[in-house]
Design a protein around this ligand. Sequence first.
Ligand code: CP
Ligand code: NVA
Length: 315
Amino acid sequence: MSNFILSPPYRHFLDLAALNVGEAREIIEKARALKAAGQGHGKGYIHPDQPLADRSLAMIFEKPSTRTRVSFEMAIHQLGGTAIVLQGNDMQLGRGETVADTAQVLSGFVDAIMLRADSHDSLLEMAEYATVPVINALTDFSHPCQVMADVLTFEEHLGPIRDKKIVWSGDGNNVAVSWIHAAVLFGCELTLACPKQFSPPTQILEWAANNGGRVTLTHDPAAAATGADCVVTDTWISMGDRNPEERIAILAPFQVNRKLMRQTKKDSLFMHCLPAHRGDEVTDEVIDGPHSVIWDEAENRLHIQKSILMWCFGR
Ligand code: CP
Ligand code: NVA
């Protein structure tokens, strides 16, 4: 049993809370370099050094995906490696084979496992039993690959994120949890404006406070957005959430619209991991407006995935 410990230089990428600042900066800087190296080439470009030519990745999806699936598959291709895409329900996993057994079997076939899991516990079980790196490609608890791409995007537009003011308005969901982890790691200020019913888990806020994070929870989006460098939101109904009508009614005051963006700095950014539900968590005029950097943010998934893969293999 690996018990989360892999033979160096192999590393799991499970959550931003498990990284130190040096590792996080290394992943961001390598993503920038890999992005620059690919400029001017077609998307089918393969890096001349083929740094992952002897590496393969199994990608398991227990939930739908557009960005994560395509960006990881293209990322490993561009680095010279191979990907196998697996839908959880098409696997014996979907018929009751345990995550632990699946982890050990796949470790004999591939060099890394990427998992989008219904439950965070499945991710932890995969990491405990796999003898190859395991990557969190979203769980009900967190979405660290997304927020690394968000930090890369922020810095491309506004420079170092340290001491900048980030505002999250909406559901205190899995992406919000990874933003809390990121605030501690990268030293930015994070204000979360969420309804009481859909606030992030108290223990994560306590973890941030105990680790020197400048993370505040409020229920007033307009006050939160005042002077913000960046406003971030996400769907009000995440995959697996129930009672959509009740959620929409409770979350309506947290919509990101022109009035809210007027509270922010002139050059502030708007980010959304996508898919978006226009007219709910964000209006068309904001998501398609001058503050929005959502297409850069989506593209940066590709560049950050490459860097995360390299980091997992110690390359
Ligand atoms: N943002 C994100 O993870 O998108 P997908 O669900 O399309 O992968
Ligand atoms: N919070 C969303 C993110 C989708 C990428 C969900 O979990 O469905």
